[in-house]
Design a binder for this molecule. Structure first.
Ligand SMILES: [Zn+2]
Length: 473
């Protein structure tokens, strides 16, 4: 009898403790448990426009697996890339700083060794770290290998043409899986850079015919950068075919990551793994007369997908609050339970919004920037350095070089950025110009202090004066 009573008391005690624990979890707003330390899978898909994914409203079924991930997790409806080209945007993700602060924006710069990347934070926190870079700008020479136990950039080391046309998503998934399967007594952080949606748009079968309809033209996707036929006024059938091939690349990439997600489920790792899926920038398909990326800051370039799936956490939601990719640094640090990462940047942990601990800051300024210098000819913008800020759904563009240009769009009513409001709202434009100038100045001050890359020591006004005098381009 005494034994039975002891068992009953023990059971009652366990139930009581469990109930209190559940209540505390409920009271804490289902916040993140800092001791959880899940595996972290960080996926950056190069050149992926948000509006070409089903979960962001696209009419074509390009992304069944991403859509499912978004349905299970949290989808950020408005995520902004800090830059419209590969190198600075990725550096912003890894350092949590705007391009105007890190200045790692061209082939002549790299992340300085003394900079503490998010990988180093996670590595110091006891994570096993593996990274896969598939593009020239993701090579270790740019500083991305910092903090990784193993950084694999072999797929980025093929020739220029081959690099454009290469099909690498399947190989990256295989290599990542190989690392994930290795037995180890600690959580892992895996970074995967997916390159295929970047031109050349040459998806493998059956993705090359998935969206092309009955096209029988001869418009070539090879050496796309040299294809001068992709211009305003081109044959609509050739245009549609080009977009169909881009969409095919997205569907192919989605299928490969779907394979990875299935494997994680089979291994019993799905519920122990946090997944962050995003893109470094989008792509222009003549939306505003231009092609490719890096030249401007329209939404087809800076509105990127951002999906976060947390293990076992309440989610299934869409967050409208506008966020930036610089937020990933503090987010990943918090996910790993790191309280003091030493991070000094404008990024904010997305867990605040996901768990409803923090309100959306409607006045927050989101920054995007184009090429900073003329060092890298391949990505040099004919229009010079341009900066855009977005505050409360209104986006203001300022180009710093001749021909000087300013534009302002209200994205809430004009998501395609077709109606420039500079003339209609001069006061708002002036206020945003002041904010932009101030931000630009602040970033320059921080860049000089932090020395994360090559500092731009010429302040904006002086730059303009020197240009007017013809001393600099
Ligand atoms: Zn890119």
């Amino acid at each position: 009898m005494a034994r039975r009573r002891r068992i009953l008391i023990a059971v009652a005690l366990i139930l009581f403790v469990a109930a209190i624990g559940g209540l505390l979890l409920l009271l804490s707003g289902r916040g993140w448990n800092p001791g959880a330390r899940p595996n972290i899978l960080f996926i950056s898909i190069d050149t992926l426009r948000a509006d070409h994914l089903g979960c962001y409203g696209y009419q074509r079924p390009t992304s069944p697996h991403f859509d499912r991930l978004a349905a299970e997790g949290v989808r950020f409806a408005r995520a902004v890339a800090p830059s419209s080209f590969t190198l600075p945007s990725h550096v912003s993700m890894f350092t949590g700083q705007e391009m105007g602060v890190h200045h790692v924006a061209s082939a002549g710069t790299a992340i300085a060794d003394r900079v503490v990347t998010i990988t180093e934070v996670l590595h110091d926190a006891g994570y096993a770290t593996f990274g896969f870079g598939c593009a020239p700008y993701l090579k270790r020479q740019f500083g991305f290998a910092q903090g990784f136990d193993f950084y694999d950039d072999r797929l980025a080391n093929v020739g220029v043409r081959e690099s454009h046309a290469a099909v690498t998503s399947d190989k990256v998934v295989n290599r990542a899986l190989q690392r994930i399967k290795e037995p180890r007594g600690k959580p892992w952080f895996v970074f995967m850079h997916m390159w295929d949606p970047h031109f050349d748009y040459v998806p493998p079968p059956p993705y090359n015919t998935m969206f092309s309809g009955d096209y029988h033209g001869g418009f070539s996707m090879h050496n796309f950068e040299q294809n001068h036929g992709f211009v305003v006024g081109m044959d609509p059938a050739d245009y549609a075919y080009t977009v169909s091939q881009y969409d095919g690349e997205i569907a192919w990439t989605d299928s490969q990551l779907g394979r990875l997600f299935d494997a994680l489920k089979k291994m019993g790792l799905w519920e122990k793994t946090a997944i962050v899926l995003t893109a470094d920038h989008g792509e222009e398909f003549l939306d505003h007369g231009q092609r490719g990326h890096g030249h401007s800051l329209y939404d087809e370039l800076v509105h990127v997908p951002l999906i976060v799936k947390l293990p076992g956490a309440a989610s299934h939601k869409v967050i409208d609050c506008a966020v930036s990719l610089i937020d990933l640094y503090p987010t990943l640090a918090e996910l790993a339970g790191v309280r003091r990462s030493g991070y000094r940047g404008d990024g904010r942990s997305l867990l605040e919004l996901i768990f409803g601990r923090g309100q959306c800051d409607a006045n927050r300024m989101l920054v995007s920037e184009t090429n900073l210098s003329r060092i890298d000819k391949a990505h040099d913008s004919p229009h010079g350095y341009e900066m855009a800020i977005e505050v409360g759904g209104v986006k203001f563009f300022h180009r710093f070089k001749e021909p000087l240009r300013e534009m302002m769009f209200d994205l809430r009513v004009d998501p395609r950025e077709e109606h420039d409001l500079m003339a209609a709202r001069p006061q708002q434009a002036a206020a945003l110009r002041n904010q932009l100038y101030h931000q630009h100045q602040q970033m320059n001050v921080r860049a000089e202090k932090l020395h994360m890359g090559q500092p731009n020591k010429v302040d904006m006004r002086t730059h303009e004066q020197l240009h007017q005098l013809g001393y600099i381009q």
